[in-house]
Design a protein around this ligand. Structure first.
Ligand code: GLU
Length: 448
């Protein structure tokens, strides 16, 4: 079976040249499929792997806009509508200078499986642009969003493709995108976007959902060892939407979070992160993490080397920044420092070497992103449910739905892992549970 899988991977790599992140995401899934393909060789008859790895539709477009000084800029926009076997394409938009087709395809591919694990009826897609929002004024952000939507609007819709946020896209950007969509289409189609503002169709808990869901998942992992978050030391990377709300929930459950980071460095705060100050610096002032260190006091250390975030003794490590931020060396440092749980809050934050080391380490439970961070998109699906029924739920009820979903994702992953191998192998469980759900639906829907 290994040689069949290697040949399939090779085919996918050759068809998608110069897309290393996409290759990495595909390899991570295909390398888990041996046990399921041995038990169900019929999957190979349908040539399902080739179909799964070929997006249903890939849209690339020009995004022209003018900055505040009147200068014209041309960016490249993307939407990869990857798989609609389970529901309309669903996934975020990323605005970051690193965005290219390979990055969008890796994110879209991951999204198919993540969305399947939630148990909710959503397909997978992803989009974005190589636009750098850092340092841009509000009018420039609006100009960019309006130009981006002037092309994207024709491809999306409540029953077709439902974008949301990701890195560089929050409620402000969703607002400008939604406004332009409404203007062009003359439809208040709330269900065409998620992550909307609370007074124009958004859902309570959506802002917090990815971070809260990550902590619920880590709590469940700890529970299998008879432990809780109370009193645990937690290291977190990032200081964006995922990290901030992971810190909030971890602290609420009694943990001490000692690190945070951004692209300029990281902070080690032995007394526990002051979340109000961090939110003030990162969300309100849109500043750098060094400002947090400067204002917090002498016991806080600032390190310009971001990977130092993994070099402190910790019980739980949550990479919540971006892809490939945690490498083999950092994984070894975490294992040597006695980490018990590593749960990926960001998308594919561990390099293949790091993931392999953490997965193999005794006494470490490694949770892959597609399971751990699925609370964000799951709450997007709850936002779609509220929009479809023209209803809005209260915070406590919505959060209880999120918590139930995370507990069930964790159970589904462990049950599948124990059926095909080891219950503690979350990578195996997540990949096989999601794969079987998606490909069974694809096969039932015929050769499309
Ligand atoms: N960008 C988020 C993710 O990686 C959320 C997507 C959504 O809510 O559609 O899952």
């Amino acid at each position: 079976m290994d040689s069949t899988i290697d040949a399939l991977k090779q085919d996918v790599f050759e068809r998608n040249l110069n897309e290393p992140e996409y290759h990495q995401a595909v390899a991570e899934v295909l390398d888990s499929l041996g046990p399921v393909l041995e038990q169900h060789p019929e999957y190979l008859d349908h040539d399902i792997i080739h179909r799964l790895c070929e997006p249903e539709r890939q849209i690339i477009f020009r995004v022209p806009w003018r900055d505040d000084r009147g200068q014209v800029h041309i960016n490249r926009g993307y939407r990869v509508e990857f798989n609609s076997a389970l529901g309309p394409y669903k996934g975020g938009l990323r605005f970051h200078p690193s965005v290219n087709l390979g990055i969008v395809k890796f994110l879209g591919f991951e999204q198919i499986f993540k969305n399947a694990l939630t148990g909710l009826p959503i397909g997978g897609g992803k989009g974005g642009a190589n636009f750098d929002p850092r340092g841009r004024s509000d009018t420039e952000i609006m100009a960019f969003c309006q130009s981006f939507m002037t092309e994207l609007y024709r491809h999306i819709g409540e029953y077709t493709d439902v974008p949301a946020g990701d890195i560089g896209v929050g409620t402000r950007e969703i607002g400008y995108l939604f406004g332009q969509y409404k203007r062009i289409t003359n439809r208040f189609e709330a269900g065409a976007f998620t992550g909307k503002g609370l007074n124009w169709g958004g859902s309570l808990v959506r802002t917090e959902a990815t971070g809260y869901g990550t902590i619920y998942f880590a709590r469940e992992q700890l529970g299998t060892m008879g432990e809780t978050l109370d009193g645990k030391r937690v290291s977190i990377s990032g200081a964006g939407n995922v990290a901030l709300y992971a810190i909030e929930k971890a602290q609420a459950l009694g943990a001490r979070v000692v690190t945070a980071s951004d692209s300029s460095g990281c902070v080690y705060d032995p007394d526990g992160i002051d979340l109000e100050l961090l939110k003030q610096v990162k969300e309100i002032e849109r500043g750098r993490i060094r400002d947090y260190a400067d204002r917090r006091g002498p016991r806080v250390e600032f390190h310009a080397r971001i990977t130092d975030v993994w070099d402190v003794p910790t019980d739980i490590a949550l990479p919540c920044a971006t892809q490939n931020e945690l490498d083999g060396q950092s994984a070894r440092a975490l294992i040597n420092n006695g980490v018990k749980v590593v749960a990926e809050g960001a998308n594919m934050p561990c390099t293949p070497e790091a993931a392999q080391l953490l997965r193999a380490a005794k006494h470490v439970l490694f949770g892959p992103a597609k399971a751990v961070n699925s609370g964000g998109v799951a709450t997007s699906a709850l936002e779609m449910q509220q929009n479809a029924s023209r209803d809005s739920w209260d915070f406590a009820y919505t959060e209880s739905r999120l918590e139930e979903i995370m507990v069930s994702v964790h159970e589904r992953v462990r049950a599948t892992a124990s059926r095909y191998g080891d219950p503690n192998d979350y990578v195996l469980g997540a990949n096989i549970a999601a794969f079987t759900k998606v490909v069974d639906a694809m096969i039932a829907q015929g050769l499309v």
